[in-house]
Design a protein around this ligand. Structure first.
Ligand SMILES: [Zn+2]
Ligand SMILES: [Zn+2]
Length: 316
């Protein structure tokens, strides 16, 4: 019923969030076991710091040990070696992070596992599309959620704690929207927003929703992305320029606000096999008819668009 946009990696399924399991043929349980000692996490952090600060490809044993600040050379060597299968590679005279190592450090720095701050609830300058109550945002457990007092969910998206540090709640909402737009773009391009594996974006009819939904599940990391079919229009250049031409840049609206997301009556099923959805976007009595196919591909009736330029009331 709600047009809410949602995504999840199966909340609580942190392996999907971490990126640790992607593109490196690493068994996640082994990889996480390799991180069981805090000293190993310190080594990864020190390597990341080295890569940030130095143009050199790799860092020698002695310098790395100094950076991690461990006296016992044998103990240091033991833990460094435990990282070597997955996260650290020895090249020539020194050590460097592997791709999996870079990603796990990024996940650690992003605070995916450590920070659990909560901010809000706080009202936003936006009304619920179902009941006109004020939209309220809250940030908790790495998720930004927007709903109304009557429990209509308008939007929910993950925001890593690193992106929420020192941010106000409206700023966190804005980050969540940015991440959502990027995820929609990547999904529609066939790339998993979480792990970059190929995905098949799909628009499907859903018994629990009045209109078809964009729904994509990644077979590689298990992340799922779901939202109203109108989400496909959020990142479409023709729709963006239509809004801009009517002095209502989409960037100025919350992602749950455009009628093609909020108002189910703008959406109709034009064909079922294969599924094709038609969405009427109307501004100032001009209507743009947008068609979305079963893979989320958006096409705009350009003749309709062009002829509507002057004053026409648009056609359906
Ligand atoms: Zn409501
Ligand atoms: Zn994935």
């Amino acid at each position: 019923m709600s047009p809410s946009g949602e995504e999840s990696s199966g909340r609580g399924d942190d392996s999907a969030e971490s990126g640790a399991s992607d593109d490196s043929h690493v068994d996640p349980s082994e990889a996480f076991a390799a991180l069981s000692d805090p000293l190993r996490v310190d080594i990864l952090r020190a390597l990341a710091a080295f890569h940030r600060e130095s143009a050199a490809e790799s860092v020698g044993f002695a310098e790395l040990r100094k950076r991690v600040d461990v006296r016992d050379s044998g103990r240091f060597r033991y833990h460094l070696n435990e990282l070597r299968d997955h996260f650290v590679r020895k090249d020539g005279g020194g050590y460097r992070l592997t791709h999996a190592g870079i990603k796990i450090v990024a996940a650690i720095l992003a605070g995916t596992y450590t920070d659990r701050g909560s901010i809000g609830p706080e009202p936003l300058d936006s009304d619920c599309s179902h009941c006109d109550a004020r939209a309220v945002a809250v940030y908790e457990d790495g998720y930004c959620a927007v709903s109304c007092e009557n429990d209509h969910t308008l939007f929910a998206w993950s925001v890593p704690p690193a992106a929420a540090t020192d941010a106000s709640l409206p700023e966190i909402v804005s980050h969540a929207e940015l991440f959502a737009r990027q995820a929609i773009e990547r999904t529609l391009a066939g790339i998993c927003p979480k792990c970059s594996a190929p995905v098949d974006p799909a628009v499907v009819e859903d018994e629990t929703a009045p209109t078809p939904r964009l729904r994509t599940r990644c077979d590689t990391c298990g992340a799922t992305m779901a939202g109203p079919v109108g989400f496909c229009l959020l990142v479409d250049p023709a729709v963006e320029s239509f809004y801009r031409r009517h002095d209502r840049p989409l960037d100025d609206l919350y992602v749950w606000e455009p009628a093609f997301v909020a108002d189910d009556s703008t959406v109709s099923v034009a064909a079922t096999d294969p599924l094709r959805v038609e969405i009427s976007v109307t501004l100032d009595a001009e209507t743009l008819t947008v068609s979305v196919d079963e893979a989320g591909r958006v096409s705009v009736d350009e003749s309709d668009h062009a002829s509507a330029d002057e004053s026409s009331r648009g056609d359906e």
